[in-house]
Each structure stands twice: as C-alpha cells, then as structure tokens.
Design a protein around this ligand. Structure first.
Ligand code: AP5
Ligand code: MG
Ligand code: ZN
Length: 222
C-alpha cells in the first residue's frame, strides 16, 4: 500500500524542514503546494501570476486552482509509492478533494501528522529562515544554520529569504491558518488519522517522533 502522508501545522511549525528529511529517509517525494506555487511564480507562468496575488498578502490561493495543481502532481509516476504532502490540504474542500483523488487511485491516507508549535514561537522561526534556491532545503540563522553562511549544505545553492516572509504577511498567514486550516485537525482526528507531534523539540527529535508515528501507523494500517 502506498505511504500517503500529510504534514499539518501553522506557518513556521517545521513542515518543510521535516518533509525534506522524511522524503530522503522514506524514499517518497515531498509535495508542497507552496513550493509548487513558488516554482510557477519563478517561471512566470499564468498560474504563478495568479497565485502571487494571494501569496503576497498571505491569503489562500482559491481551492479549484490549488486542487487542480495537486491532482496533476499526484498523477506523476514518482508518486506511485506514496507522497508526503506539505501545506495541502488547507481547507475542508481541499481535504475532501484529497480523499476523492486518493480513493480514485485506490489509495488512502496513512496518517495526518500534525506538528504542534505555540503561536508565540512561530514568528521567531519565520524571521530567521533562509531557503535554498536549488533544492528548497530550509535553514535558520540561529536554530539550524548552514555550515557556510549563505550556502546550502547539500548542494552549495544560494540561500534566499521568501518574499512572503515580511512580518506583516507572516502574521496574516498565521491568522489565515487559525481561521481556515486549524479546523482540519478535528476533521482528521474524527477519522482516526491524526497524530500530534510536539514541534517545539529540536529538529532531530521531531524527525524521530514523526518516523516512530509513521512506523506505528504503517504496521497497524488495515
Ligand atoms: P507555504 O509555503 O506552505 O507556507 P506556510 O504554510 O506559511 O508554512 P511555512 O513554509 O512558512 O512553514 P513550515 O511549517 O514549512 O516551516 P519551515 O520548515 O520552513 O505557503 C505559502 C503560501 O502559498 C500561502 O500563504 C498561500 O498563499 C499559498 N498556498 C500554499 N498552499 C496552499 C493551499 N493548499 N491552498 C491555498 N493556498 C496555498 O520552518 C520554519 C523555520 O523554523 C525554518 O527557518 C526552520 O529552520 C526552523 N525550524 C524548523 N523546525 C524547527 C525546530 N524544531 N526548532 C527550531 N527551529 C525550527
Ligand atoms: Mg514550508
Ligand atoms: Zn540546496
């Protein structure tokens, strides 16, 4: 059975950080809606131009556009054995669409991994974040610095700060998360898929907790 996982949690919880590590450890792709939008933006596609209007303000890109983009990605052959979804689903409509997409493929979610971090810690994490232009690896000036300043440890790629990482937009993203995405926690809890992970531990401890939870879900999966 394919290992289909979602990583949930507020902006700055560490979804991208952990997804990158899990993807290498588990050998399944990391599918991040935010990264896909940023890639479109970089290539200046019509989808990128549309998404920018929302991303710049910290608002959600409309569901139909987002769902269509994820559907296309999940149909790629590399997603055959499972995916780690990061930042999708973010609304009840997206969660229902994901259920449908997976069931059309004869698949179903193995776990919804919710990385819990208190709101007062999020801004500090986001303010110090630097991302690799080449591979998307995530660093933090204080909590996870690269070996050479400004350079990715994995491929030497240049590190940059995201355009939506101004304090104003960060605050709005956190607010939008509380309003529109936080309700999904109970959506997945009701389905028996939710696993809560303490995201305030150091990065390697969070990874270990996630791997352990995945292993348990995997072996108890019917
Ligand atoms: P997206 O790219 O998904 O951004 P986000 O949800 O705001 O989340 P972040 O990427 O900011 O946080 P993260 O949890 O990945 O944290 P990270 O690992 O980087 O979305 C951007 C925009 O795209 C949205 O606003 C929206 O417009 C649009 N969009 C995307 N998906 C959409 C959807 N489904 N529907 C509609 N619109 C959508 O870590 C943060 C920092 O903390 C890093 O510096 C890291 O090094 C550090 N850190 C990580 N873990 C730890 C730890 N354990 N201890 C200390 N520091 C840590
Ligand atoms: Mg991210
Ligand atoms: Zn890199």
């Amino acid at each position: 059975m394919p290992l289909d996982l979602i990583l949930m949690g507020p902006p700055g919880a560490g979804k991208g950080t952990q997804a990158k590590i899990l993807s290498r450890r588990l050998g399944i792709p990391h599918v991040a809606s935010g990264d896909l939008f940023r890639d479109h933006l970089h290539r200046q596609t019509p989808l990128g131009q549309l998404a920018r209007q929302y991303m710049d303000r910290g608002e959600l890109v409309p569901d139909d556009v987002t769902i269509g983009m994820i559907r296309e990605r999940l149909e790629q052959p590399d997603c055959r054995d499972g995916v780690i979804l990061d930042g999708f689903p973010r609304t009840p409509a997206q969660a229902r669409a994901l259920d449908e997409m997976l069931s059309e493929m004869g698949r179903s979610l193995v776990a919804a991994l919710y990385i819990r971090v208190r709101e007062e810690l999020l801004l500090r994490r986001l303010a110090g974040r630097w991302t690799c232009r080449t591979c998307g690896a995530v660093y933090h000036i204080e909590f996870n610095p690269p070996r050479i300043p400004g350079q990715c440890d994995l491929d030497g790629g240049a590190l940059y700060q995201r355009e939506d990482d101004t304090e104003e937009v960060q605050r709005r993203r956190i607010q939008v998360y509380q309003e529109q995405t936080a309700p999904l926690v109970s959506f997945y809890r009701d389905r028996g898929l939710l696993v809560e992970i303490d995201g305030e531990q150091p990065i390697p401890e969070v990874t270990a907790a996630l791997l352990q939870a995945i292993e348990i879900r995997r072996t108890t999966d019917p």
